[in-house]
Design a binder for this molecule. Structure first.
Ligand SMILES: Cc1cc2nc3c(=O)[nH]c(=O)nc-3n(C[C@H](O)[C@H](O)[C@H](O)COP(=O)(O)O)c2cc1C
Length: 205
């Protein structure tokens, strides 16, 4: 059982610290983890070329495609993003737009969670934005004892946010529990339901 965590910050700072707290608690519950850092390389946005519908992957063959493969093999997903101007930072949005658009439902039924990290404001709005990727993709959203936010400005400050880190640990334990419930269900023949796809109604016909 493995959870993949994406650090959307270009630095190894407070977002990574929040994800490391999650990873530690997941490991204690017997769940394997891997943290992937988005890094400082530019992450191009979606070109809306639609080629991914044919290829099953993004035409921009970079870390997004690599991550998609890892996520298909993983059981759960946690994304952490620093808050920039009261939204998730631009790189993480570009990354997730392309990851989810090119994977077209390939992550369905994997539990997922979002974490937002800020100096002071914008975490709840960012949390909302990040959860939208999951709620359109049939990914059960794992929650905790507060909205998943951690506060800090310069790297290292997240360590002082005791409640934020407690939320991360509770989130991780809830995710481990959900993963085990799903595994138990599967072992007893309980598979996810099939979807209907016949009706797609655009406004302009
Ligand atoms: C371009 C930019 C915009 C930011 N905007 C906000 C903001 O809207 N609200 C806030 O509380 N902090 C804001 N911050 C501070 C970061 O969210 C904060 O430093 C956070 O800890 C960064 O996470 P990291 O250490 O993982 O990079 C901003 C930082 C940058 C670089």
């Amino acid at each position: 059982m493995k959870v993949l965590l994406l650090n959307g910050s270009p630095r190894r700072g407070n977002t990574r610290a929040a994800l490391e707290e999650c990873a530690g608690a997941l490991n204690e519950c017997g769940v394997e983890t891997e943290i992937v850092d988005i890094g400082t390389q530019a992450v191009p946005g979606c070109r809306a070329c639609g080629a991914c519908h044919r290829l099953g992957r993004c035409v921009i063959d970079d870390a997004v495609n690599e991550f998609a493969e890892k996520l298909r093999a993983a059981d759960g997903f946690i994304v952490g993003a620093p808050v920039y101007y009261a939204s998730p930072n631009g790189s993480v949005i570009s990354f997730l737009d392309r990851l989810f658009f090119s994977s077209r439902g390939g992550f369905a039924h994997k539990p997922a969670a979002a974490v937002a990290v800020a100096r002071r404001a914008g975490t709840v709005a960012s949390f909302d934005v990040l959860n939208k990727y999951f709620s359109i993709s049939q990914m059960p959203i794992v929650t905790a004892t507060y909205w998943n936010d951690v506060f800090g400005q310069v790297p290292g400050q997240a360590a002082a946010d005791a409640e934020g880190l407690q939320t991360m640990r509770n989130l991780a334990r809830n995710m481990a529990w959900m993963l085990k419930c799903i595994e138990l269900g599967r072992a007893n023949g309980l598979e996810p339901p099939a979807n209907e796809h016949e009706s797609v109604t655009n406004f302009i016909r």
